[in-house]
Design a protein around this ligand. Structure first.
Ligand code: SAH
Ligand code: SF4
Ligand code: F3S
Length: 473
């Protein structure tokens, strides 16, 4: 109830800003720096901005409001943000651009301190728990002409019914839970996103039903720890309302699988520890759940995994893979790997290569370990020299790329169901879509196919995409 009143209040601020903007043709730009959750938050920010009378521009320099939705999971994003803020200084002096920064990085005190000291012309700073209050912050920044700092250190509540402007009209993301309780020792996410809390089943089901009505075909369920949906609520007896039999991640998959019009269901990012038997069975049983499963490995060595606080050994990871492969026909896997965690020896790194060789992932997202202030990993003494981390990264990359081209060969001559997403970025004459295993396929066809799932025969492979042809009959 309380959250409903809050949203009503924000809707009033939306109207107030809209009034100020009337007939002014105000434009906004947005830079989204993070993961899919961060992108989904940006869709909500865009929804609010457009209701407030702003129109989107891709050109930051012509924007009247320049918004940044930040990420802090690795270091490189910081340099990028500060660079952009530097560029905006002169433009702001000339045309009074409103500068607003939100997202995960704003939950880090050393970052907001630096912004206030070095980029004092920033108008609005807001965190991950106060996104819904953006209309109010913006109104006050305009009216009071002074910087608004709106950051909370407690876990934000879940706010339903925020306006949303989605990036696609074929695929949609639906955040089902916020926060993370795992505290992997390298990771900043639990500190900037707070503890795990799940949305009510009814709110999720209704959102997906509504998306289906609008013609969306693919749904991606999002959470920092997506397959522990409702786990904390169940374990700690926190009240939630069961709806259409949904009381866990597995039952949520089953309920969404029944929604007419939705043809594909994906989910990120899961944790291996939460792939309980019911979840594995639900993936196998639900025809719409894609058989590409993301299973973050992080490292292949048991000692390193322990130091990372990942809660599984090399052997447990491999036997989970085996169990899933047995139960889920046509399963393909993708993963995340970090190289150069503190203390990792060359020999221990070999275990990562060994797991990669054994599992033969469909896709591997590779990261060089980045020290994050406030995490246990940052305090470890045995940090790995940059050069060594890069050497390991290159070695892993070479292995992954050779596996990908080998794996691509297997597609040639096969028939694949492809969801057609639009025209190809590089060639307007061609269409592009994705297989169940999330491989990009480029092919010739009529634009009327966009938004449909069609069958293609794969004729060639080009490392990061496949080429297909439509077979008649
Ligand atoms: N909750 C998700 C995703 C977290 S962030 C999960 O557990 O999989 C996405 C990825 O970034 C992580 O899986 C990890 O591989 C990588 N990552 C997180 N912290 C990192 C750090 N400090 N340095 C390098 N990579 C990191
Ligand atoms: Fe970070 Fe680990 Fe949580 Fe993923 S599970 S967000 S890697 S702490
Ligand atoms: Fe980055 Fe925050 Fe996502 S730190 S990876 S944007 S949860």
């Amino acid at each position: 109830m309380e959250t409903k009143t809050e949203i009503e209040k924000q809707k009033e601020y939306i109207e107030k800003v809209k009034k100020i903007n009337q007939n002014k043709k105000q434009k906004y730009s947005i830079l989204t720096m993070g993961c899919q959750l961060n992108e989904n938050d940006s869709e909500k920010l865009c929804g609010m901005l457009e209701e407030m009378g702003y129109e989107k521009t891709e050109n930051q320099n012509e924007a009247d409001l320049s918004l940044f939705n930040t990420c802090c999971v690795r270091e490189n994003a910081e340099d990028k943000l500060f660079g952009k803020l530097g560029e905006l200084k002169k433009i702001k002096e000339e045309k009074g651009t409103i500068i607003a920064i939100g997202g995960c990085m704003m939950q880090e005190k050393h970052i907001t301190d630096k912004i206030k000291a070095s980029y004092p012309y920033t108008d609005i700073i807001f965190g991950t728990h106060t996104l819904h209050r953006f209309p109010e912050d913006l109104y006050k920044a305009i009216k009071e002409k002074k910087r608004q700092e709106d950051i909370l250190d407690i876990d934000g509540k879940i706010y339903e019914d925020l306006p949303i402007k989605r990036d696609s009209n074929i695929k949609a993301s639906v955040t089902i839970m916020n926060g993370c309780n795992n505290f992997c020792s390298y990771c900043i996410v639990p500190y900037v996103r707070g503890r795990e809390r799940s949305r009510q089943p009814k709110a999720i089901i209704e959102e997906v039903q509504d998306l289906a009505k609008q013609g969306y075909k693919e749904i991606t369920l999002l959470g920092q720890n997506v397959n522990s949906y409702l786990r904390v609520e169940r374990e700690k007896n926190i009240e939630f309302e069961e709806y259409e039999g949904v009381n866990s991640f597995a039952t949520l998959l089953k309920a969404i699988n029944k929604i007419e019009g939705i043809e594909r269901i994906r989910f990120v990012s899961p944790h291996p520890k939460d792939f309980t038997d019911d979840v594995i069975d639900a993936i196998a049983e639900c025809d719409k759940v894609c058989k590409l499963v993301h299973l973050p490995l992080q490292a292949g060595n048991t000692k390193v995994l322990k130091e990372m606080n990942r809660k599984y050994t090399k052997e447990q990871y491999l036997s989970l893979v085996e169990k899933m492969q047995k139960r889920i026909p046509n399963l393909t896997l993708s993963t995340d790997i970090i190289v150069g965690f503190p203390g990792e020896t060359d020999e221990e790194f070999e275990d990562t290569l060994d797991v990669v060789e054994k599992v033969k992932f469909e896709q591997v997202y590779m990261f060089i370990y980045s020290r994050r202030i406030g995490t246990p990993g940052d305090k470890m003494e045995n940090q790995i020299p940059e050069e060594q981390k890069h050497k390991r990264f290159d070695k892993l990359k070479a292995l992954v790329e050779s596996q990908i081209s080998e794996n691509n060969q297997k597609y040639i001559g096969t028939k694949q169901k492809v969801l057609v997403e639009g025209t190809s970025k590089n060639n307007e004459e061609m269409l592009t879509g994705r297989t169940d295993s999330n491989k990009v396929v480029v092919f010739e066809g009529d634009k009327s196919l966009i938004g449909n799932i069609i069958e293609l025969e794969i004729v060639s492979e080009h490392m990061w995409y496949l080429k297909g042809v439509i077979k008649n009959g």
